[in-house]
Ligand binder design. Structure first.
Ligand code: NAD
Ligand code: MG
Ligand code: ZN
Length: 276
């Protein structure tokens, strides 16, 4: 299947194409969605801080206009990336997720982290450059492990104080320097619930642009220990029987996929598809 969305570094000096606009409250949207003719956008009263050529959607060049401040455009409103993930067209969500990550990274790398001088965008490459100390900064991705721990028909789920009321999910955490994916998984599980795991198996991955995680999904079997939730980070953690599950995360999350996949295999049902 030919991909509808292909990322690319496009020349912002060329005219035309489509553009998405991102401000402090998310992406600009009208009745036709978040993609606008780029030349029309340039006539609107927008405080554009930076422009990035981000790729091709169905062959059309797509740009991102990153705003420094909120703006009112007649007939339009703003919507956060999470809403696009939950409700929107999947390809459009991929475009906006990529745009958000490039916009955030470029905004946070306007100045060199080494000497503090202004950085410039490298032509034809997704990089910011400091001429003073010859430093290049590339988009940042933070690897995070996410794991479903199981014990027969029981699965270990937890809730963070940040979750929607009632929702329980798989354990997750960011890799630290010096760790392998497995080291991180074992450490995070110990920290968050004080449980030991065995037979760790990689299942699949997902880009999670909130703001720049790369989720690496695993399945692991319970090996021992009593659940002790980590103070502040984990509000509650429990074993749930696959026939009596609590409210679960959104269907596009890899957390939900790991749970649905295990339940489907256990019950001999059709397996779900990993959301990309
Ligand atoms: N797609 C999914 O299904 C899914 C499900 C659960 C979590 N997640 C994501 O996984 C990521 C990690 O999960 P978590 O929040 O439980 O992490 P975590 O258990 O490592 O704890 C979060 C804490 O880590 C620190 N932190 C923040 N950013 C960091 C970074 N880049 N590197 C190292 N430490 C950092 C902060 O102190 C933060 O409060 C988050 O981005 C979360 O949104 C995705
Ligand atoms: Mg965590
Ligand atoms: Zn520098």
């Amino acid at each position: 299947m030919i991909s509808r969305w292909i990322t690319a570094v496009l020349d912002t000096d060329l005219a035309g194409g489509l553009a998405v606009v991102r401000g402090p409250e998310g992406f600009l949207l009208d009745d036709n969605g978040p993609l606008f003719p780029r030349e029309w956008l340039k006539r609107q009263p927008l405080a554009v801080m930076a422009e990035h050529g981000i790729g091709h959607l169905d062959g059309e060049p797509v740009y991102l206009l990153e705003l420094g401040a909120a703006a009112d455009v007649e007939g339009c409103h703003w919507q956060g990336l999470r809403s696009f993930m939950l409700q929107g067209d999947h390809t459009l969500y991929k475009v906006l997720g990529y745009a958000a990550q490039i916009g955030t990274w470029a905004r946070e790398h306007r100045f060199c982290g080494s000497c503090g001088q202004a950085m410039t965008q490298v032509p034809r490459e997704r990089a910011m450059y400091c001429a003073t100390c010859d430093l290049r900064s590339y988009p940042r991705i933070s690897p995070s492990m996410i794991v479903l721990i199981t014990h027969g028909d029981e699965i270990l789920l937890a809730r963070s104080p940040r979750f929607v009321t009632g929702v329980y999910s798989t354990l997750a955490g960011f890799a630290e320097p010096g760790e392998s994916a497995e080291d991180c998984l074992i450490r995070e599980v110990r920290e968050e619930v004080q449980v030991e795991v065995k037979n760790i198996e990689y299942v699949g991955s997902q880009c999670w642009p909130f703001p720049h995680s790369m989720m690496l999904g695993f399945h692991a079997q319970y090996a021992g220990g009593q659940i002790v939730p980590q103070a502040d980070e984990i509000e509650d953690a429990q074993w749930f029987n696959i026939h009596h599950l609590p409210p679960l995360p959104a269907s596009r999350s890899i957390a939900r996929y790991l749970i649905d996949l295990y339940v489907a295999r256990r019950l001999g049902h059709a397996e779900p598809v990993l959301p990309s």
